[in-house]
Ligand binder design. Structure first.
Ligand SMILES: [Zn+2]
Length: 314
């Protein structure tokens, strides 16, 4: 039987690319993009939506600085990166589970990079009121993940939410000797983490690997990027792992999980956990969602040669 309506099926990615082109040319109002809405899918009994916080602009030198230069350059070139900077997307995960509306990290806020900090605007464009968020769950306390906790006026941007943070992460950033232990260049990160964590100290629940945030969403230990970095496993339909920064830019760290990332705090541990996560995801065919992967950052790990490749879901 002939399908009578294939012509109205719109490839969303092509549509967005075309719409972005029209907007750049001044031919289409920005609201058209908002109408397309953020990327959403169902995972078991929950609804997952990926809301962009914008992107970061990072020097390429932080990615695998000590890797063989030619091999590294080939991967950047193949990904279209030919200059000294790379745009790293910032994908915030929103999950609706029963009566809960759970945000995993909240982005950069207004004090980090001008290309990021768009989460609240993008939530509103998608029709989601920040006051409706019931839980904000932190993967780790870097600026691009938690600096939208306390707003510009000092009030919480998600005023009705309960907060969750891995105890190991909280204890690291809030340790009383941390400023003397960390190099001076890291002090803005420390002071920022302390400001935003302090903002929720009366309403935070400390969690540890193996704990459930709600039924079906479990804390997964991926320490290394920061001392208490965690990912999250969402049950149902073969499973989803909210990876956060356990695996950085996919075109670098899927083929070379053994390469270092300058932002990783404990290199050996970060690399071991990256390898473990990729091996498990490739074996179990688990869906993955990466914070800095091309929007919406959803896809799979497939084995390739002696490592992996990222296969985007769209
Ligand atoms: Zn990050």
């Amino acid at each position: 039987m002939l399908d009578s309506k294939p012509f109205i099926v719109v490839d969303r990615r092509k549509f967005l690319a075309a719409a972005a082109g029209f907007i750049a040319a001044g031919l289409m109002p920005k609201s058209v993009l908002a109408l397309a809405g953020p990327y959403s899918f169902k995972q078991g009994t929950v609804d997952v939506t990926v809301v962009s916080d914008g992107h970061l602009v990072l020097p390429i030198d932080v990615f695998a600085p000590d890797a063989p230069p030619e091999a590294r350059k080939a991967l950047f070139t193949a990904a279209g990166v030919t200059g000294n900077e790379v745009q790293a997307p910032t994908n915030v995960t929103l999950i609706k589970s029963g009566a809960d509306l759970i945000l995993f990290d909240n982005g950069s806020g207004t004090e980090f990079q001008p290309t990021a900090g768009k989460l609240i605007e993008n939530l509103k464009l998608a029709g989601i009121d920040p006051g409706a968020i019931t839980k904000v769950v932190f993967t780790h306390a870097h600026p691009d993940h938690i600096w939208a906790t306390v707003g510009a006026g000092g009030a919480l941007n998600f005023p009705n939410a309960a907060y969750c943070c891995a105890a190991a992460e909280w204890d690291f950033w809030m340790g009383k000797d941390i400023l003397t232990q960390m190099p001076k260049e890291m002090h803005p990160f420390v002071l920022g983490a302390q400001k935003h964590l302090n903002g929720v100290k009366d309403r935070v629940t400390m969690v540890k690997p193996g704990d459930d945030i709600v039924s079906g969403i479990r804390v997964l230990e991926t320490f290394g990027h920061t001392p208490g970095h965690v990912s999250f496993e969402v049950a149902g339909d073969g499973g989803l792992i909210i990876v956060a920064d356990a695996i950085g830019l996919p075109f670098i760290y899927f083929p070379h999980p053994e390469w270092r990332l300058a932002f990783d705090a404990i290199h050996d541990l970060a690399i071991a956990n990256r390898k473990k996560l990729l091996d498990r995801a490739a074996t179990d065919k688990t869906k993955l969602l990466g914070f800095h992967w091309p929007y919406p950052g959803v896809g799979h790990a497939e084995r390739k040669d002696s490592a992996y490749q990222f296969v985007a879901a769209m």
